[in-house]
Design a protein around this ligand. Structure first.
Ligand code: FA5
Ligand code: MG
Length: 344
């Protein structure tokens, strides 16, 4: 038995020495010191020993157990130390490495164009007004001289939410809302920027959600020439003297007469391309003299008051100003696109 205990000690110390991780070490411990371990096996044979031999073997077994335990402990702390060192090495910070550059953001190009237009019109005495994006059928259509079933509603395919509610198709309802607030007294001089929604098929110049800026000026003796002068000032400010502008007769139920304004295409310099669909021109706004029905419905005396209104598309304006060939760039938000316009 003595021999066996010595063997056990020898084997155990060798295996402890060879153990490469704590799991292995635990296995060794169980194998030698566990309830069914090697030492217990030996001690089972104690019964066959003489009275004199028993304490001797018992003591030896204890010594062997102590030595093995000690070896286990010391190996364990060595392994822990090694693991810690490895971790420290792996996680160490090289303070001499260059830092990651901080990504600087900036306002979206569309925001800048809208702000620029707002600034221009506020210097001309316009105030900024806003209205809800979820609009009633009344304000989006009826108050603008577009009764239910009027064929001109087809010009703006709409997202209806209920019988009476829809995503506004234009910023023109803000005209009607603001006029009512003024209770028949002019002047009313506002611009209204905001999002609008239409069931348009997306292409290079159309989006199902886009922005508009509405303008409205109602007072005594406002004439078509005032509208033309205002739009001209706007166009020159936005595009410079050299770009061509044209006013084209058009139709809107809420203005009479009506006109749309086109700007010569920047992509092809007016030669005709896929963006302007070969025409050399891109439409940026609709406008006209406020229809007497709209004034009367909002409580204004149309014999005393007259006015003009316009509704422009800032995306189209930005495209023409900066030579952007697809409106979808504004909404897909590729930073490579957006970054080009930081600082413009
Ligand atoms: C209107 O929405 C009228 N409310 C404009 C108006 C206001 C006329 C006041 C008279 C008085 P129109 O549907 O043409 O008109 O749209 C106006 C502008 O919005 C267009 O000239 C164009 O610049 C832009 N626009 C129209 N549809 C889209 C679209 N799907 N995607 C991007 N821009 C669009
Ligand atoms: Mg139009």
């Amino acid at each position: 038995m003595k021999e066996r205990l010595k063997e056990i000690k020898q084997e155990a110390l060798e295996q402890i020495e060879a153990a490469v991780d704590e799991k292995k070490l635990q296995d060794v411990k169980v194998y030698f010191l566990g309830k069914k371990g090697q030492i217990t096996e030996v001690l089972k044979g104690m019964g066959k020993l003489s009275k004199e031999e028993r304490p001797v073997i018992g003591q030896l077994a204890n010594e062997v157990r102590d030595e093995i335990t000690e070896a286990l402990e010391s190996k364990k702390s060595k392994l822990e130390q090694a693991a810690l060192e490895k971790q420290l090495k792996a996680e160490s910070v090289d303070v001499t490495l260059p830092g990651r550059p901080v990504q600087k953001g900036g306002p979206h190009l569309l925001r800048k164009v809208i702000r620029d237009i707002e600034d221009l019109f506020t210097t001309m005495g316009y105030e900024v007004a806003e209205g809800p994006e979820v609009e009633t059928d009344f304000y989006n259509f009826e108050s603008l001289n577009l009764p239910k079933n009027h064929p001109a509603r087809d010009m703006q395919d709409s997202f209806f939410i209920s019988e009476d509610l829809l995503m506004r198709t234009q910023t023109s309802p803000v005209q009607a809302r603001t006029l009512r607030q003024h209770e028949g007294r002019g002047p009313v001089k506002i611009i209204c920027p905001g999002k609008v929604y239409r069931r348009d098929t997306d292409d290079a110049t159309h989006s199902h959600q886009f922005t508009q800026i509405e303008g409205l000026y109602v007072d005594e003796k406002i004439r078509m020439s005032d509208l033309k002068g205002t739009l001209n000032t706007f166009a020159k400010h936005m595009f410079g003297e050299e770009r061509n502008i044209r006013l084209r007769p058009s139709f809107f139920p809420f203005t009479e007469p009506s006109a749309e304004m086109d700007i010569s295409c920047k992509i092809c310099q007016g030669e005709g391309c896929s963006v302007c669909k070969g025409s050399g021109w891109i439409e940026i706004l609709g406008s006209g003299m406020v229809h007497p029905n709209v004034l009367e419905m909002a409580g204004f005396d149309s014999n005393k008051y007259s006015g003009f209104a316009f509704g422009m598309g800032p995306e189209r304006i930005a495209m023409l100003k900066y030579g952007i060939e697809d409106i979808r760039h504004f909404y897909t938000n590729d930073v490579r696109f957006l970054k080009q316009f930081h600082g413009v």
